[in-house]
Structures are given as structure tokens and as C-alpha cells.
Design a protein around this ligand. Structure first.
Ligand code: GTR
Length: 431
């Protein structure tokens, strides 16, 4: 496998239809040709490092699952700390919103550790007129809570944001023009209409999405004396965002209007990678949804189709732990592949969604990853995929392991939400 790599921002160029990119003088040609996928052998999720074959659920939960978890922690995302020393929750708002269809709540979560703190602004929409706690979808957002809906009551986020003038981000700051800029990704009427709450927070409240050597965000709260960045096997930004999702779940457990045993963690793209890692580590999440998560998310790294380990580690050096870089252009040496990340979620339901035009995320690899996790679900007595083959475009497989490939590109659409809601209705544990 010899592939040369280059740096930064491959996506815009790929959107323009360029297939070879010249960046910083080096060439990276992503492979989009199925016939050029290298031969690979996926590690067997049911074969322990000492050669023992897993034959029952006790062996899975006591031996093999911790082994796989350890490998993802040391080699891929890095190890994350536990709960912070102190967490306090301040209610900033609880009002009727969205023409009376919702109760909007805004809560500030302050997390303190080692004499430092971060605050996460949580937005909740609950279906109005319900008695008793409701299940919820929880997902981080890219542009601040105010970007998910044009509701003027949502607090405008003042933290650093990635540049995006089209979405009203000027000088790395959100402006009023960014209200509702991501509303097409959050089908709030459909979610509330089916009796679910939506909980969301800005991922940059946990760790700003740029490579500053881990000086900002949550990482420094946990540094030991003299430490200035995470060790090679400690958390990167995906680990931090996933940790933040668990801290939000800590809060949801205290909110009597939410049924915290029925929280579905979901995310798109880099935040889909994050949702999977959060769901794998934190068994309190009842279900997990990965929307177009691609490389380092649901898709198989060893296929080297579209975005590769080397490409992602070069463009986003802060997302994974430093140890992951040893697999740049050497995916075949990985001791785990991403089907084992999905297997860590078993037997809880997981849904992976691809988009036909999102070849960068390797839709086939995302499907094959679910296939590769299926033996673990079966071992645990759970159903797997609702079909033997990768389905055609817009033909969802609504099984405990759910999958669809939607027509169109890299996005979250009402079509995607329609499938997630139908699937959640079927597989969410009953109260
Ligand atoms: C891309 C990256 C993908 C995906 C995407 C996103 O630039 O290559 O892995 O995460 O960003 O998060 O939008």
C-alpha cells in the first residue's frame, strides 16, 4: 500500500469534483474504485488476543469486550477521564416555545476539575402536553444551539467557531445571521411529534475544533502537574466530545422530565464518530445513531476507500490520540477495525446511515462494518441486520442493526430522521 499524503481541507476540493489533490506539494489520491480496495483481513471480534474463541456472553463482557475497549482507548481515540470533581447545573430558561408545541429548556452545565472549569450550554426541546418523562435524542451540534432552529429565544453561543461566512460566522464568532443556519439537519417537528425530546449542545463548548496543542477546551482540566498535552494514549478531541455527551447524560439523569434510561445518542460526520465512541464507552446510552460518520467512525479503515487514516490524521491531528498516527498508510497493522467499535455497543441497537454521494465516507465500508459486528449481536442473542445484502439506495434495513444509504450527499435530512424515528419506536427499550 503506497499512498502519499497531503494536508488540510480535502472536502471542499472533493466537492468540486477533483479526484487528486495537490496540497503542500504532496499528492493524495483518494481511492473511489471498489476494484482497487486492497485485500484485507478484519480482526475477529470474537477471537481473544490469547487465541481463545468467545462462546458466551460472560466471556464477551468479562474478557473480549474489555480487550477491544482497551485497544480503542490506547490506539485510536485515547483514554478519557471519569466524571469531573464537581458538576453544577443552572437553569437559564424554561418556556413554552415553537408555537406551543415545545417546552424549551436551557441549562448551563459547569464542570470543575483541578481548579479549572468549562461550561456547556445545553438546549432541550420537550414535546409539550406530555405527562411523565420522555425519551430523548441527544446530539452535539456544529454551529451553536442557536443554529439548529430560528427560535429567537435560544441563547446565541459566544465561543470560538470554525470560519463559515455563509452560516453567519464572522471572525470565528456567531452572529444573529447564524440563527437557524443548520435547521435542515434537525427535524424538530418530527422528533417532538413522535413524543421524543431533543437535547443538544455546541461541541466547541467542550473542546474547540482546532489544533492548538490541547491548551483550550476540557483537556487541561485533567492534566497532571507539569503536563502540557495529552500523552500518546490519552484523549484527543473526539474523546473529549464523547466525554461531554456522557456529562450531558449525567445532567439528564437529574431532569425529571427526561427518561434518562431511554436516551439515543446521535451525531453527524465527525460528531457521528463521536456518538459511536460515546455509545461504546457509556452503556447508559440506550441506542446509537451514526449519520455519515465515515473514517474513524462507522466505516472500515482497512478498505482505504475515500478518506484514509493517514488523510484524517493529517487534516485533523487533534481528533484521535497520537498513537493512531502509527497506522497512517498502514491500516493493515491496526489491531482493531471499526466493526469492533460497533460491536462494543452490542446488544444495544445501533443505526448507521450513509449517503450515496458521500463516497469520502465509504458507504459500503459503513455497511460492511455493521456486518462485521453482527456475530457479536448474534452471540448475545440479539438480532442483527434485517437483510443479507447491502440494500439499494433509499431502501432502509430496519433491524436492531439499522442501515440505510440515502440518495444525495453528506448531510442529515428529514429522510434520515424519518428512519431514525421509526427505528427508535421499534427498538427503544420499553419503560
Ligand atoms: C471532513 C472529514 C470527515 C468528516 C467531515 C465532517 O473534513 O474529512 O472525516 O468528519 O469533515 O465532520 O464534516
Amino acid at each position: 500500500m503506497s499512498r502519499t499524503l497531503s494536508v488540510i481541507s480535502l472536502i471542499p476540493a472533493l466537492c468540486l469534483g477533483l479526484s487528486t489533490l495537490l496540497l503542500r506539494g504532496q499528492e493524495f489520491t483518494p481511492n473511489f474504485d471498489e476494484s482497487k480496495v486492497p485485500a484485507y483481513t478484519l480482526p475477529n471480534p470474537l477471537l481473544c488476543l490469547d487465541g481463545t474463541r468467545v462462546s458466551g456472553s460472560t466471556q464477551w463482557f468479562e474478557k473480549r469486550r474489555p480487550e477491544i475497549m482497551g485497544l480503542f482507548q490506547e490506539q485510536v481515540y485515547g483514554k478519557s477521564p471519569g466524571k469531573p470533581g464537581k458538576a453544577t447545573y443552572a437553569s437559564l430558561d424554561s418556556s413554552l416555545a415553537l408555537e406551543g408545541t415545545a417546552i424549551r429548556k436551557q441549562v448551563e452545565l459547569t464542570l470543575q476539575q483541578g481548579g479549572k472549569e468549562i461550561t456547556i450550554g445545553l438546549l432541550l426541546y420537550l414535546p409539550s402536553g406530555r405527562s411523565g418523562p420522555v425519551p430523548a435524542f441527544l446530539g452535539l451540534n456544529f454551529g451553536g444551539n442557536h443554529s439548529i432552529c430560528s427560535d429567537p429565544g435560544i441563547i446565541l453561543n459566544t465561543n470560538w467557531m470554525r470560519p463559515n461566512e455563509k452560516n453567519g460566522i464572522v471572525n470565528n464568532q456567531a452572529t444573529e445571521a447564524s440563527r437557524g443556519s443548520a435547521s435542515s439537519r434537525w427535524d424538530i417537528p418530527a422528533i417532538l411529534g413522535r413524543g421524543y425530546a431533543l437535547a443538544t449542545a455546541y461541541y466547541g463548548d467542550i473542546d474547540p475544533d482546532f489544533d492548538d496543542g490541547f491548551r483550550n477546551g476540557v483537556h487541561p482540566l485533567f492534566y497532571k502537574a507539569g503536563q502540557i498535552k495529552p500523552a500518546a494514549d490519552e484523549w484527543g478531541s473526539i474523546g473529549a466530545w464523547a466525554w461531554g455527551l456522557s456529562r450531558i447524560l449525567d445532567y439528564l439523569e437529574t431532569d425529571s422530565q427526561i427518561d434518562a434510561r431511554r436516551v439515543i445518542v446521535m451525531g453527524h460526520s465527525r460528531l457521528g464518530k463521536t456518538a459511536l465512541w460515546a455509545g461504546a464507552q457509556d452503556e447508559r446510552f440506550a441506542m446509537v445513531v451514526s449519520n455519515n460518520s465515515g473514517c474513524g467512525g462507522a466505516t472500515l479503515s482497512m478498505r482505504c476507500f475515500g478518506e484514509t487514516v493517514g488523510a484524517i490524521n493529517t487534516s485533523f491531528p487533534h481528533w484521535f490520540c497520537a498513537n493512531f498516527r502509527q497506522y497512517n498508510e498502514h491500516e493493515e497493522r491496526l489491531p482493531v477495525d471499526q466493526h469492533m467499535l460497533l460491536a462494543l455497543i452490542a446488544p444495544r441497537p445501533v443505526y448507521v446511515a450513509s449517503a450515496e454521494e458521500d463516497r469520502w465516507a465509504d458507504p459500503r465500508g459503513e455497511y460492511l462494518s455493521l456486518k462485521g459486528a453482527e456475530p457479536v449481536y448474534r452471540l448475545l442473542g440479539a438480532e442483527g441486520l434485517a437483510g443479507e445484502e447491502m440494500p439499494a439506495v433509499d431502501q432502509p434495513l430496519n433491524g436492531r442493526l439499522g442501515y440505510h444509504i440515502r440518495s444525495g450527499g453528506h448531510a442529515v435530512t428529514p429522510y434520515d430522521w424519518k428512519q431514525y424515528l421509526a427505528w427508535a419506536d421499534l427498538y427503544l427499550p420499553k419503560r
